[in-house]
Every structure is written in structure tokens, then in C-alpha cells.
Design a protein around this ligand. Structure first.
Ligand code: NAD
Ligand SMILES: O=C(O)C(=O)C[C@@H](O)[C@H](O)[C@H](O)COP(=O)(O)O
Ligand code: ZN
Length: 375
């Protein structure tokens, strides 16, 4: 894969840096800060080599490394798994000057961040995302959490990391479907804030569609950096999602509901893909996107996502379950559902309390094609 030799450092306000580079994995200890003795490295079973490299780099710098293997993917984000990590931290005597390192995709960094946020009411966490989605989104910004039986990320904390280390070389082993799922969050940043992202994705697809959906995408490094800059700017201004940060939730009200209804058999990025089409249709139905320009923007959602192989439709017949799940969205206020919608390209705004008939009509527009991909 391509990658400039010089790492890029993107500051998140004055709090911490996101370091993006090729072959930078061994620098993990540099992000830990002072006084750390013990480090809990949280990792999935799928990444033995990367985990060993991180552990060896930390040991070489004198840290006492404790490995914590957790179940792969969404199965990691449970209270039971968090409890096993708290027990391990307790047995090993982790103090407030010790730290957690998350090595893996967004599921691992969400879990590791939450355990760090809750242990002794907060210890340092350094995130080492190994998926595209983790690099551009999950590991950055300090939203940490786990799921409950009732829904996605319902328990968690805002706990910014001490640093984020993105080694783009590790993406070469990422399965294609996971790379594409990460591109969904990149595309999200294009629609809400940085349209150059959409231009770059479309250019890569026009040039070579297969390569565009892989770690060999010639614009991948720039796409990662642009998406991280979008996220960094937003979370630096509004860590706790009092207002602005909600824009990063574009497509997630419906997307999280799909994940829940499908019992996590859809990847997060896939669900967010169809969620963005849903909310684009909702914006048209509620008069936020109007005229030929509005129509073109909705069509652009479908075309860019489909060109990457992301789902833009969802089967009919699941409305009641979807609506129940959407009501648990964190943007809801009492019984009022709230959505992030676009007034135009890179012009996000909020839609509060739309008529349920319009919500269902938007579902009709994403479900009318009975050709949703099998999962
Ligand atoms: N906290 C946030 O702000 C935030 C933002 C976006 C998403 N998320 C969360 O992130 C999660 C999704 O993250 P994800 O898409 O990274 O999924 P994931 O963590 O499940 O990883 C996807 C798969 O890739 C494998 N993998 C990881 N790195 C690899 C590598 N380098 N080579 C080969 N295989 C590798 C994993 O083992 C897993 O099977 C969801 O739970 C979502 O809610 C959180
Ligand atoms: O960072 C944010 O803020 C986001 O909303 C980014 C999302 O991509 C991410 O999936 C996040 O975990 C969703 O958070 P939630 O508050 O809706 O659970
Ligand atoms: Zn997301």
C-alpha cells in the first residue's frame, strides 16, 4: 500500500495527537506519557503478530506488559468482557499511573477505552487502531462504550485517549469487506464536512473500482488524514456532544437500528451506509433537500456508496423493530426522535420530531428494492 515516509501528526485540540504513518507501530510507547509502569494490551484473537509487535515494543521500553485477549468484533463490547478486564487489572495491581493500550478495530478500541475510563475512575489509554474504521473514527475522539441487550453503545463514557497511533501498513491484511466498511465513515465525513473526500473516492472508483475498495486505493492516505481532520476539529470543539458533535452521527440513527435488528451480523460501516441513504431520503421528504440539487445529492449518496460495494437498501417488513431501536438513539430527547440531516452538501443540521409517517416513508424508499445484499 502507499504511504508517505514521514508520519503526519494531527492534533486534537491541545489534548492529544493522532499519528498517522507507515511502519510506525513500534512507537507506541512514545504516546504513553510519563510515570506509566504497567500496560494492559487489549487485543482480539485475530491479530497475534501485531499484538506481539506492540507488546515487544513496550517491553523494550521497560513497561510491564499484560496481555488481555478479548472476543473478536462486536462480541468484545459487553459488560461481561469489560468485567474480565477489570478483574485482570485488579489482580495485576494497576494504579492511576498505569495505562491501557487498545490494539484492534473499533470494537476493541471502544472496549479498551471504556475499561480505561472506568478503572479507578479513569486511567490513560493509547489507541492503536488496526482497521480503517478505527483509524478514521472509532479510536479518535474519546467516545468509548459497550452494548447492552437493548442496543448499541448504550453504556459508555467520554474519555479521550492520550494518543492514537495509526500504522497504515497494517491495513494490507484487513479483509476487503472491513476496508470498505471503514470507507463508509470516510464518505460520511465527505457528506457532512469535506466534499473533497467524495471527489477523491469517486476519482479512485473511476480509475480502478477494485483498487478503490482496497488498501491499494491511491488516495487512501489522504482520505484517512482528511477524515481524521474532520473528526479532530469537531471533537476538539464539542467533546461531550452537546451540539456540534452530533454531526458525526450522520446516518447512525437508522444504521445502529439495523445493527441491532440484525443482531450485529452487519458490519457497523455497512449499516451506516444504508443509514446515510435513509436520512438523505428523510431530508428530501421533510423539505431539507429540495429541487434538482437535493435530488442530485440524494442520488450521490446512492452512487458513491454503491460504487464502493456498500449496501444502500434494507429489507422491508422490519419497521416496528427499527423504530423501537431508533427511539433508543442517544440524540433522542424524551419521546422526540432527532436526526442529523443535510440542508446541502457539507451543511448538516438537525431534524427534531419528524412525523412517524415520514420516517416510515423514508424506510419505504430504502426498502422498496428487494435486492439488499445477503449478510
Ligand atoms: N467510538 C467511536 O467514536 C466509534 C466510531 C465508529 C465506530 N465505532 C465502533 O467501532 C466498531 C466497528 O469497528 P471496526 O469496523 O473496526 O470492526 P472490528 O473491530 O469488528 O474489526 C473488524 C474485523 O477486522 C479484524 N481486523 C482488525 N484489524 C485487522 C488487520 N489489520 N488485519 C486483519 N484483520 C483485522 C478484526 O479481527 C475484526 O474481525 C463498532 O462497534 C462501532 O460501533 C466507534
Ligand atoms: O464520534 C462520534 O460522535 C460519532 O458519532 C462517530 C460514530 O461514527 C460512531 O459510530 C459512534 O460510536 C456513535 O456513537 P453513539 O453515540 O451514536 O453511540
Ligand atoms: Zn460510526
Amino acid at each position: 500500500m502507499s504511504g508517505a515516509p514521514v508520519p503526519t501528526t494531527i492534533p486534537v485540540g491541545t489534548d492529544y495527537d493522532v499519528v498517522i504513518g507507515a511502519g510506525v507501530l513500534d512507537r507506541v510507547g512514545d504516546l504513553l506519557g510519563d510515570d506509566v509502569e504497567r500496560v494492559l494490551v487489549v487485543h482480539p484473537p485475530t491479530l497475534p503478530e501485531l499484538t506481539s509487535r506492540v507488546a515487544a515494543a513496550l517491553e523494550a521500553q521497560g513497561y510491564a506488559v499484560h496481555l488481555a485477549e478479548v472476543p473478536d468484533a462486536e462480541a468484545a463490547k459487553t459488560a461481561e468482557v469489560a468485567a474480565t478486564l477489570w478483574a485482570q487489572l485488579g489482580r495485576a495491581g494497576f494504579t492511576r499511573t498505569d495505562a491501557v493500550v487498545g490494539v484492534g478495530g473499533g470494537t476493541v478500541t471502544d472496549l479498551a477505552g471504556f475499561v480505561a475510563a472506568s478503572w479507578l475512575r479513569g486511567v490513560r489509554v493509547v489507541q492503536v487502531p488496526t482497521t480503517l474504521l478505527g483509524m478514521v473514527d472509532a479510536a479518535v475522539g474519546g467516545k468509548t462504550g459497550i452494548n447492552t441487550a437493548e442496543g448499541k453503545n448504550l453504556v459508555g463514557a467520554f474519555h479521550p485517549p492520550a494518543g492514537v497511533l495509526c500504522d497504515v501498513d497494517v491495513l494490507s491484511t484487513l479483509p476487503g469487506a472491513d476496508l470498505v466498511a471503514g470507507l463508509a465513515e470516510v464518505v460520511k465525513c465527505g457528506f457532512i464536512a469535506d466534499p473533497v473526500i467524495l471527489d477523491l473516492v469517486e476519482a479512485a472508483v473511476a480509475d480502478d473500482p477494485d483498487r478503490a475498495r482496497s488498501a491499494a486505493n491511491p488516495h487512501l492516505r489522504e482520505l484517512i488524514e482528511r477524515a481524521v481532520r474532520v473528526k479532530a476539529e469537531v471533537v476538539a470543539a464539542d467533546l461531550r456532544e452537546s451540539s456540534l458533535r452530533e454531526v458525526l452521527n450522520y446516518g447512525h440513527t437508522f444504521g445502529h437500528a439495523v445493527e441491532q435488528v440484525e443482531q450485529f451480523s452487519w458490519r457497523h460501516g455497512e449499516a451506516v451506509g444504508v443509514g446515510m441513504v435513509y436520512v438523505a431520503e428523510l431530508a428530501r421528504l421533510t423539505g431539507h433537500l429540495t429541487g434538482p440539487e437535493g435530488d442530485a445529492l440524494v442520488a450521490r449518496h446512492r452512487s458513491v456508496l454503491e460504487s464502493l460495494g456498500l449496501p444502500t437498501t434494507y429489507p422491508a417488513g422490519r419497521w416496528d423493530a427499527l423504530l423501537t431501536a431508533m427511539r433508543r438513539d442517544k440524540k433522542s430527547r424524551g419521546s422526540t426522535l432527532r436526526f442529523v440531516v443535510l440542508d446541502g452538501l457539507a451543511e448538516p443540521t438537525r431534524l427534531a420530531g419528524p412525523d412517524v409517517a415520514l420516517l416510515q416513508a423514508a424506510y419505504g424508499l430504502v426498502s422498496r428494492h428487494a435486492d439488499a445484499p445477503a449478510h
